[in-house]
Write a protein that binds this ligand. Structure first.
Ligand code: SAH
Length: 327
């Protein structure tokens, strides 16, 4: 049975073709609500699932900024789309080691993934969206592979929006993509920046994408660690698009945040001391030396995740410059 496919076909038969953005939103909402996509047995593997070093360095980055901002009271750790909660658990452990023990606010749409997150961070609070986050303290925000899952609108050369109809093995996209924009992502960047201006804090955004706009069609589907057909069996594979960091940074800057980066994930992790962290971990567990080194290489090497994945920071106007980014 394919409940989403049947439901979308009924909708299109009823209302006519839907936009690519609507199709992507429906497909991903169903996908994340019905499965844990992460890890070897799932569809894709994210940086925090590769090694604890990733989340630890994120935690150290946030704790360092908080310390240099004068250790303000009542800070919140906020994560957007926390997956299994692995990054949160690793980051919080590192933050506590640095004297920071924030309340935890997780923005997560999927009930299934909320359960997985509760196993790792039992005392967290869950939110449906950014608008419902608390308004009374600095926000220390992390979004890893969150923006790539938000819907994109696609347009042809004449400026017409591309639509999805019934056809082929399931669905067909009609038209030729010239331009892609993600209003949902820009709304989130704007909302985050406004909160940072009002409450203080910073946001670290890590995702795969491009620093300059204008790369046409980047929508893709992944299932069981291989590319799949986005227009077949919606809701059974992960639909993503490259994150347009120029647009995201522009929206956040317009709302008053200071922007640092984007830079390569590899450069950011190196600047944050991943090599030293890997050496320390290997000293504590000599039999795991090869595994630790392989994880470090996978996260940082340019031909692996080091270059295509970009790191960008949004910082409150009166907070210090963050570590790991060129000034
Ligand atoms: N950050 C995690 C998981 C990335 S997968 C990691 O690095 O491992 C994308 C995450 O974003 C999932 O937790 C998914 O359920 C969540 N998500 C996707 N779209 C969302 C939306 N519109 N609102 C809230 N969460 C969303």
């Amino acid at each position: 049975m394919r409940p989403l496919e049947d439901r979308l076909k009924a909708r299109i038969a009823d209302e006519g073709p839907i936009s690519v953005a609507d199709y992507m939103a429906e497909a991903n909402a169903h996908y994340y609500a019905t499965r844990d996509p992460l890890g070897v047995a799932g569809d894709f593997t994210t940086a925090p699932e590769i090694s604890q070093m990733f989340g630890e360095l994120v935690g150290i980055w946030l704790a360092d900024l908080w310390q240099r901002a004068g250790r303000p009271d009542g800070a919140y750790y906020v994560e957007l789309g926390p997956g299994r909660g692995t990054l949160a658990a690793d980051a919080l452990r590192a933050m506590r080691g640095a004297g920071l023990d924030p309340a935890v606010e997780l923005v997560e749409a999927s009930p299934l993934l909320r359960c997985a997150q509760a196993e790792r961070v039992a005392y967290a609070r869950w939110r449906d969206d950014i608008g419902s986050l608390p308004q009374d303290g600095p926000l220390l925000i992390v979004a890893n592979e969150f923006f790539d899952a938000l819907p994109v609108r696609q347009f042809d050369r004449a400026g017409n929006e591309l639509i999805v109809a019934i056809g082929g093995d399931g669905f067909v996209r009609e038209g030729r993509v010239e331009r892609e924009v993600s209003p949902a992502s820009l709304d989130v960047a704007d909302a985050l920046a406004r909160r940072l201006v009002a409450q203080g804090g910073a946001a670290l955004v890590i995702d795969y994408g491009h620093d300059r706009p204008g790369t046409g069609d980047t929508l893709q589907a992944v299932s069981a660690h291989a590319y799949a057909d986005p227009w077949r069996a919606p809701g059974t594979c992960d639909l993503t698009a490259h994150v347009d960091f120029a647009a995201l940074g522009g929206a956040a800057r317009a709302a008053g945040a200071r922007i640092f980066g984007p830079i390569g994930q590899g450069d950011w992790l190196e600047a944050m001391g991943i090599s030293m962290r890997a050496a320390a971990l290997a000293r504590g567990a000599p039999d795991r030396t090869e595994e630790i080194e392989a994880a470090r290489a996978r996260l940082t090497a340019p031909e692996q995740m080091g270059r295509l994945f970009r790191a960008m920071a949004l910082v409150a106007p009166d907070w210090p410059a963050p570590a790991g980014f060129r000034a």
